[in-house]
Design a protein around this ligand. Structure first.
Ligand code: MCN
Length: 748
């Protein structure tokens, strides 16, 4: 029996659960000074004075840095060369600040307390400029953040034609707000840096990719990548928001070099809420048309994406929304357009799902709106429009080719598991009894794209002298259980026992290459590389066994279950991995880079059941049934954990979480009293339903699962809440649907 597909308990967890893990802030770098940033308290202003003199020489202060002190670094590199040059940001603000939280001065001191005290003595005078926070207002270009750019629009995607709604009997339209969120990782951002005697930069970072971080730092410091070592210690979550070493953290190397000693920085929670880029922030104008028999014929989605003050990844995420435009449905005529627009807020970036939840929310809300309009059950409308099961690539009207999928089965399984018909009967009965506990049932179908960005991943497997193995992986885990997963793959392919396989990652000196852990790409790319390297190692070892057993190579058989090599027909004449390791003149090691030919498209169906208290507007999540098809699962226990976390974050978006700024650009949600992170008390036990439709894109048959829970849960919970109140004439509400918002809707 293979170890793959079994719920192997994560080997990472004992350290996490007992406090034995080492996060950046736990590193005891000898003689490290601490960094504190002075950040803008004004959203848009000309800086008239930045006076640091009073802070110099204060007890414990070892260095103070302003824009002038880091001028040699120029502007921070753009995320991609195609980003507008005119919108590039400085490392520290020089003339103008464009959001609350923009770093202006860095103080380095013996302790954080000394640096915080010194910060009180920094004088910053602001000549306040008019501010634009609302993205729809910013899109009108009445006020420009970068006058030399001529517009606030950073990127556009134009619709290639106008959709024909003339054949539709019914057309529904809606403005849908995918509000700003923060990733809220349990560990905020942090880093530490020092220089070696031979001039190498060593940078520790709580980030999502050691090698991309090294490449960026090498670019900034004009060093050969070999001159930079990035080490990623244990990381307390990232959810997309830690996918880049941002300008503040990138400066740590500069401070360390100038001061000739190590420096370390960990942001506070409020700093994290203000300064770590946010997610979502997409406003959608959706239009969907169809015939009275329930056939959807036309769909148009136009979006405005809030880029924040300086465009980074968030501003190009509408591209992902476009790719997943029509979701799991066959819709003959569709079109998409988008504009990414700068505002006086922190930049937006990827947050779990990154552009795909937005696509899913739009189509799934509109399908429900359409169903309500024609008076048909939303499950039935979905059944009538789902793409039938396919095993060859299926290309949608927007031009995206999906690999394999079985959407009707996911819907059937989820509805069966939830007991859909009984719930509808219960809902009808309650409505008839005029119960104030309003029952809502919401379906969220999704298909999403994983490993959507091009690129491969490195993996190697080395046979150790004692017959164990060491795996090197270029992927950087930050909570996904990669060590367990990679050891399972190697154990399966080689027969080397699981607990004798060690995994090395997150250190650019130990692993030659690696990518970013984003877009749920790791299992399908890094996992496939490791599987291929394992297979090569087996072939290599077979040759050794053949030599040692004095047999022809073709006559030597490897048994992956026992981990032994024997001569065909003579199982007693055999060798194990430790004997091969002992007899081999050189250590056996095999390395591979795997680059898939195309992304994969995980899919599924979630059904949420909610109860709305008509008197208070409080929404109680009663059940969430999730059927997530991520192809073949390597470790169903970890996959389920991924789905659980994702569901929690998705439900949180619908019910509680929202980053808000006032009209002056002051952050109103600067702590966890105001930013309502969801907790277990607001969540039911999730019910998961298994469906595995293996992909042919990689030999593991695996798709990504890291973001599925979020993508499926948002539309299901959203639709459930609206479904609960639909009979009272409510057609739509914007997220988050807080008790106050719902109460007002029910009473207005
Ligand atoms: N898995 C599996 N079989 C599959 C796919 C995945 O068994 N077919 C399991 C594996 O055990 C793997 C894990 O699921 O270790 C996640 O695999 P994958 O879907 O490939 O995703 P990545 O490892 O590339 O992780 C990225 C993804 C993203 S994009 C976000 S955002 C996210 C997420 O992972 N952020 C997380 N999960 C997170 N989990 C934690 N704890 N913290 C975060 O910040």
């Amino acid at each position: 029996m293979s170890i793959l597909g079994n719920p192997v308990i994560r080997r990472e967890d004992p350290a996490f659960l007992t406090g034995a893990a080492t996060y950046v802030d736990d590193l005891q770098l000898h003689d490290a000074a601490r960094v504190v940033f002075v950040r803008s308290t004004v959203a848009h202003a000309r800086l008239t004075t930045v006076d640091v003199t009073a802070a110099r020489g204060l007890p414990g202060v070892v260095g103070i840095f302003t824009a002038d002190d880091v001028a040699q670094l120029g502007l921070a590199p753009n995320v991609r060369p195609t980003f507008p040059e005119t919108m590039r940001r400085p490392f520290l603000a020089r003339d103008v600040v464009r959001y609350v939280g923009e770093p202006i001065v860095a103080i380095v001191a013996e302790t954080v307390a000394a640096a915080v005290d010194a910060a009180e003595w920094i004088v910053v005078d602001y000549d306040v400029l008019e501010t634009v926070v609302d993205v729809e207002t910013a899109a009108r270009d009445d006020l420009l953040l970068f006058p030399e750019h001529g517009t606030n629009v950073a990127f556009t995607i134009d619709a290639d034609h106008s959709v024909d709604f003339s054949t539709a009997d019914v057309v529904v339209s809606e403005r849908i707000v995918n509000q700003r969120l923060t990733a809220a990782p349990i560990e905020p951002r942090g880093g530490a840096a020092h220089w070696t005697d031979d001039g190498r930069l060593v940078h520790y970072s709580a980030c999502q990719g050691a090698h991309p971080s090294r490449a960026l730092l090498a670019e900034i410091y004009e060093l050969d990548p070999d001159q930079v070592r990035v080490i990623v210690p244990d990381v307390g979550g990232g959810f997309g928001a830690k996918s880049r070493t941002y300008p503040d953290e990138a400066l740590l190397g500069w401070f360390a070099r100038e001061l000739g000693r190590p420096v370390a920085w960990t942001e506070t929670r409020s700093e994290n809420l203000a300064a770590m880029p946010h997610g979502r922030g997409q406003i959608q104008y959706a239009r969907l048309g169809g015939t009275r028999d329930g056939t959807i014929t036309a769909y148009q989605l136009d979006v405005i994406q809030d880029a924040g003050a300086y465009p980074i990844v968030g501003s190009v995420l509408p591209g992902m929304t476009r790719q997943m435009l029509t979701g799991t449905y066959t819709i003959a005529d569709c079109a998409f357009s988008s504009k990414a627009v700068v505002t006086n807020t922190v930049s937006t970036t990827a947050y779990r799902g990154a552009g795909r939840p937005e696509a899913t929310v739009a189509i799934e809300r509109m399908v429900d709106r359409f169903a309500a309009e024609i008076g048909m059950d939303p499950a039935e409308v979905r059944r009538r429009n789902l793409i039938p099961r396919f095993d060859e690539p299926h290309t949608t009207a927007i031009g995206t080719s999906y690999d394999v999928g079985n959407y009707p089965e996911a819907l059937r399984l989820a509805l069966e598991a939830v007991g859909y018909d009984d719930l509808r009967a219960e809902q009808a009965a309650r409505r008839q009894q005029r119960s104030t506990r309003l029952l809502g049932i919401g379906i969220g179908m999704y298909v999403e794209i994983t490993a959507g960005a091009p690129g491969g991943e490195f993996g190697s497997v080395q046979l150790l002298p004692d017959g164990g193995a060491r795996v090197l992986s270029g992927a950087t885990p930050y909570g996904q259980g990669h060590d367990t997963t990679w050891a399972m793959i190697v154990a399966d392919r080689t027969g080397i026992p699981f607990d004798r396989i060690e995994v090395v990652s997150r250190d650019t000196d130990q692993v030659p290459r690696g990518g970013l852990t984003v877009g749920s790409r790791s299992v399908q790319i890094a996992g496939s590389a490791i599987a291929a390297a394992s297979a090569q190692l087996v072939e290599n070892a077979r040759q050794h066994a053949a030599d040692a057993l004095e047999a022809a190579f073709d006559d030597v058989v490897h048994d992956p279950r026992s981990g032994r090599f024997h001569v065909t027909g003579t199982p007693t004449v055999s060798m194990g991995w430790s004997e091969i390791a002992a007899t081999a003149a050189e250590p056996l090691v095999e390395a591979t880079d795997f680059t898939p030919d195309m992304p994969t498209f995980p899919s599924g169906a979630h059904v949420a059941v909610v109860e709305v208290d008509q008197e208070t507007g409080y929404v109680e999540l009663r059940r969430i049934v999730a059927c997530d098809d991520a192809g073949r699962l390597i470790n169903p226990l970890i996959a389920e954990g991924q789905v659980h976390g994702g569901i929690a974050q998705g439900a949180a978006q619908v019910l509680f979480e929202e980053i808000s700024y006032d009209e002056h650009g002051t952050l109103l949600t600067s702590n966890f009293m105001d930013y309502l992170v969801i907790s277990p008390t607001e969540l039911p036990s999730f019910e998961t339903v298994t469906l595995e439709t293996p992909t042919w894109v990689n030999e593991l048959g695996a798709k990504g699962v890291g973001e599925s829970g979020t993508i499926g849960s948002i539309p299901s919970v959203y639709n459930a809440v609206i479904d609960a109140v639909a009979h009272l004439g409510i057609r739509h509400l914007q997220m988050p649907i807080t008790p106050a918002k719902l109460w007002h809707a029910l009473n207005d």
